[in-house]
Write a protein that binds this ligand. Structure first.
Ligand code: C2O
Length: 587
């Protein structure tokens, strides 16, 4: 299965004191449909690579050059690959999100990703095309650093992925989610949870050994608690950042988050122990009675021994990631140059469907990928207007220190991910604190925890800080798949004039755009003559008429259902957009 062994001690010895000769690692990937039944309940189509699913865990070494030739053999869907957590310094065009830094790879096209690994730790790769990765295109990726601060303190590395799993495919789930028949925006509840893309996963272990367990949540929506009965977890890495050791019994991983933990095995081989991933049911509007929200795997000391079922927990007490401290000692950046306040909300637009917003803007992809607009607009690139209203773009100047205040006006938990950076976490409020208020926090950590995905608590807030030292177009978005597709994203256009000097798009990427019929120059609308004329830019659905509220929509939908039920017109449910004649107060 998806774990591997590495003779780390001998590698460290071999590399010690040498300049490592970096390898070039070439992947030739054919992205195709295959089938799988990972929870044993339903065989369904999944997206595989070269006919294989689960996808390969990539084992790379810091300094390697990666060349991935990605052929889209799906036939019916476009695709793309995002390398989650990578800085892509100088190679912003290899980051992956379509309409942001590249075009969609349409069926029959091959797109080549080509970049060098400057980071180390645990990452993952996944499709960044609309809603796609939970259909299977997702897997862990490890970059070994022979010089890592914990070398010599563990015997082997093992990968454990956690995820939710849906029996239905994403395009249908998204259609139902962003729909007039779902005005409250209730997210689809997963059918099961997986560990290493299966259930009852077995990890053969040896007594007395210490393992570096690499944990990543590659799921679409559900956060997971993780613990191993009878064993402590010592956190040493968070989202690619080595940390001082922090011991705990349990960790909490939102979608896209990673932790590496040291786990020392018992000396006694008479018992096997369950390891448990447990989906955070707070995220679910309703819990189906037949849902098993846990997934169990086993540390197997004795392969002939019993596999004990885990104890059921009713309270969870995971480690608070805010308290972690990076071993590199990078101190709090001083004196922010720009403070960006993002008020996050979820609400209905005029089609009656529920969308997600930063500062009342729901992200809408443009006709020209934003990076291509940067490269084709000369000095106008510093004006965010040219990127289109609904990319919600902010231009950052090179090396500025940027504060982002996130006010979560929603009652759900949301993990926010920034591309191209890991950010310092300065403050996170408890539940229900409301808007960020600087008087609630008197001091920030001297060496703040850094990561690339961080969760805001329900109707709470957080403050993060990063340095704009990586020229590129970087998305900031909620990593809950459904919310991203409901528009919960915005764009940082970081040092656009420096991008123009450093990023050069290879001809292959333009060829892919040609095949997908997308534009590659001009402003968001593709206007190359007048960059400030945005006529024809893509825009979100218009807002509801004034005075019409979410409550009104809910009431309207339910009263319509009631009215139609008697006429056996149930088929209307979920089909028709709300038209003007149905809106009573506009007649
Ligand atoms: Cu892992 Cu923009 O995502």
């Amino acid at each position: 299965m998806a774990f591997f062994k590495l003779a780390v001690a001998s590698l460290a010895l071999f590399f010690h004191g040498f300049v490592v000769n970096a390898d070039t690692v070439i992947y030739d990937w054919n992205i195709t449909w295959t089938t799988a039944n990972p929870d044993g309940m339903l065989e369904r189509p999944v997206i595989g690579i070269n006919g294989q699913w689960p996808l390969p865990v990539l084992n790379l070494t810091k300094g390697d050059r990666v060349i991935a030739n990605v052929y889209n053999g799906l036939g019916n869907e476009s695709t793309s690959i995002h390398w989650h957590g990578f800085f892509h310094r100088g190679t912003n065009d290899m980051d992956g999100p379509p309409h942001v830094v590249q075009c969609e790879i349409s069926p029959g096209s091959t797109f080549t990703y080509n970049f060098t690994l400057e980071q180390s730790g645990l990452y993952w790769y996944h499709s960044h095309s609309r809603g796609q990765y939970p259909d299977g295109l997702r897997q862990a990726l490890i970059i070994t650093d022979p010089e890592n601060p914990y070398r010599g303190q563990y015997d082997e590395e093992l990968v454990v992925t956690l995820s939710d799993w849906y029996h239905d495919q994403m395009p249908g789930l998204l259609k139902d989610f962003i729909s007039v028949s779902n005005p409250t925006g209730a997210e689809p509840v997963p059918n099961s949870a997986l560990m290493n893309e299966t259930q009852n996963f077995e990890l053969p272990v040896q007594p007395g050994k210490t393992y570096l367990l690499r944990l990543v949540n590659i799921g679409a929506f559900a956060s997971q608690y993780f613990w191993i009965e009878g064993h402590n977890l010592t956190i040493v890495e968070v989202d690619g950042v080595w940390t001082k050791p922090a011991e705990t019994k349990m960790i909490y991983l939102t979608s896209a988050q990673r932790y590496s933990v040291l786990v020392t095995m018992k000396n006694d081989t008479t018992k096997n122990y369950p390891m448990v991933g447990s989906m955070d049911t707070d995220l679910f509007d309703a819990i189906p009675s037949d849902l098993n929200y846990n997934v169990t795997g086993f540390l197997v000391y004795d392969k002939n021994g019993h596999r004990p079922q885990p104890y059921v927990l009713d309270t969870f007490d995971p480690y608070d990631d805010f308290d972690l401290e990076p071993t590199d000692g990078i101190a709090l950046y001083e004196n922010p140059d720009q403070v960006i306040v993002l008020n996050m909300s979820m609400n209905n637009l005029g089609d009656g469907a529920n969308y997600a917003f930063f500062n009342d803007i729901t992200y809408t992809a443009q006709k020209v990928p934003t990076l291509y607009s940067v490269l084709s607009s000369g000095s106008a690139a510093t004006n965010p207007v040219i990127y289109g209203r609904d990319t919600n773009s902010y231009v950052l100047l090179k090396d500025q220190v940027i504060d982002v205040v996130l006010n979560n006006m929603d009652t759900g938990k949301h993990p926010f991910h920034l591309h191209g950076h890991n950010f310092q976490v300065l403050y996170r409020s408890p539940d229900d604190e409301g808007f960020f208020n600087s008087t609630n926090t008197t001091s920030f950590p001297a060496v703040p925890m850094r990561r690339d995905t961080f969760m805001a608590r329900p109707t709470g807030n957080f403050l993060i800080r990063f340095k704009a030292d990586n020229p590129g177009v970087w998305l900031f978005h909620c990593h809950l798949n459904f919310h991203l597709d409901a528009g919960l994203a915005m764009t940082f256009v970081e040092a656009p004039l420096a991008i123009q000097e450093t990023v050069k798009i290879p001809q292959n990427h333009y060829d892919v755009c040609k095949a997908s019929g997308e534009l590659t120059a001009g402003n968001a609308a593709g206007n190359t003559v007048d960059l400030f004329d945005l006529t024809g830019e893509n825009r979100s659905v218009d807002p509801l008429p004034a005075g019409f509220t979410t409550k009104g929509i809910v009431a309207l939908v339910f009263s319509c259902i009631a009215a139609f039920l008697g006429m056996a017109a149930v088929a209307w449910y979920g089909a028709a957009p709300i038209g003007a004649p149905m809106i009573p107060n506009t007649q």
